[in-house]
Design a protein around this ligand. Structure first.
Ligand code: AMP
Length: 396
């Protein structure tokens, strides 16, 4: 893997794609600067080598034109504080404003360009726009894992204008190394825990994982589609009627590949989708009419804890129930705790993709697992297909 560690940035201007898509409140205060902090090691490596840094990012979802609330100007002050040096700002990411600012930049200095998505050519992946961006620097660094699954101008297309001068930043390298630890895991048994709302979003991921894992644990809303597909009575639980055959195929494929697949045996059901609803624990195949499954039950928790406890490599994506409601969070919390316990015993654990990250943070356990991915969609797509446009663009 070509990373910033394999490149000497002395007297170079590095065009660095970062993910500064941070949440801002109504007064434009940054409410979570995790992504900015994550980019600091890459920026500092370039500066310490004696290079200059030109940062480019998107922020929010502007509609292809400048919008004050999505201006990256709002983060300049905080970025300067984090870096301990002034950060220059260009009010556009292309055109004379950007070019002049980049040309004037000296070694040791940092320039932030305005939001890339103020131009529709960014998400369209327009080659001429990427080419114009490329004229700002003489080496390209991609450190934005969260957008690496998009073939946008700044994440993918721009790389072709730096045939011999393109490398991964530390965030990217770290993410890829950690995911590869799961996908190429030599430490077995390997267990994937899949939850969340629906089967539909996870089919390709499960398909690809089946040849790499020993155990597949199913939870969350998708469990009821599996139960119904096998003839269970699931009341008014979340079910994807058009995915019953897919669920059966996954069960069949798992069997053929020798993967142990675990579906909940019991479930906590409610008479409404509300924390204060009446609840009871029942067999997952025998849910009374009018009741819906919102969490895995205690027998299932116990079984899943055993499987996780025996695992050496663990991937967790998606909560076991509606963990946002305190009365239906027990299963998700139990799985999180089981993963922490297995990690303490030496297992490698990766938590990734949306709501399982929210869950591990909710229980303050992020520091007690091996790795929490920042990727979301990018992580899931990497597991699905084994690569990403932004990764290929650097590697080829
Ligand atoms: P996903 O984005 O697919 O990972 O889904 C995460 C969401 O699934 C969370 O907001 C959970 O509340 C929701 N979820 C988990 N289990 C259930 C369930 N049994 N019924 C409905 N929603 C669920």
């Amino acid at each position: 893997m070509k990373t910033v560690d394999n490149y000497n940035f002395k007297d170079k201007k590095a065009l660095v794609r970062v993910d500064f898509n941070v949440p801002l409140d109504a007064q434009y205060n940054i409410t979570d600067d995790t992504r900015m902090r994550a980019a600091l090691p890459t920026i500092n490596k370039i500066l310490n080598d004696g290079g200059a840094v030109i940062l480019m990012s998107h922020l929010g979802r502007p509609k292809d034109v400048p919008e004050e609330k999505y201006s990256l100007r709002h983060i300049v002050k905080h970025l300067s504080e984090l870096l301990g040096k002034p950060v220059k700002f260009a009010t556009d990411c292309i055109g004379a404003v950007a070019k002049n600012a980049a040309d004037d930049l000296k070694s040791g200095e940092v320039l932030l360009l305005e939001n890339l998505r103020f131009h529709k050519q960014e998400t369209a992946g327009t080659e001429s726009f990427a080419q114009e961006l490329s004229t700002l620097g003489n080496v390209y660094v991609n450190d934005a894992f969260g957008t690496a699954h998009r073939a946008h101008a700044s994440t993918t297309i721009v790389a072709k204008f730096f045939p011999n001068d393109k490398v991964f930043g530390y965030v990217m390298a770290n993410e890829l190394e950690n995911i590869n630890k799961v996908l190429n895991a030599s430490e077995k048994p390997v267990t994937a825990i899949m939850g969340g709302a629906k089967v539909s979003g996870k089919i390709l991921i499960i398909d690809n994982l089946l040849s790499k894992i020993d155990n597949l644990i199913i939870g969350g809303g998708m469990a009821y589609t599996f139960a119904k597909a096998q003839g269970g009575k699931v009341g008014s639980s979340l079910v994807e009627e058009d995915k019953l055959d897919v669920a059966l195929k996954i069960l069949k494929d798992a069997k053929e590949k020798g993967v142990n697949i675990y579906i909940p045996v019991d479930t906590v059901v409610a008479d409404a989708f509300a924390n204060e609803a009446n609840k009871q624990t029942v067999n997952i195949n025998n849910i009374p009419d009018g009741w819906m499954g919102l969490d895995i039950g205690p027998l299932t928790e116990k079984k899943y804890a055993e499987v996780i406890d025996n695992s050496k490599t663990i991937l967790w994506n998606g909560p076991m129930g509606v963990f946002e409601m305190s009365n239906f969070e027990s299963g998700t919390k139990a799985v999180a705790n089981s993963i922490v316990a297995a990690t303490k015993k030496g297992a490698y654990s990766l938590i990734g993709g949306g709501d399982s990250v929210a869950a591990i943070n909710k229980y303050n356990l992020a520091d007690e697992v091996s790795y929490v991915s920042t990727g979301g969609g990018a992580l899931l797509e990497y597991i699905e297909s084994g690569s990403l446009p932004g990764v290929e663009a650097i590697e080829k």
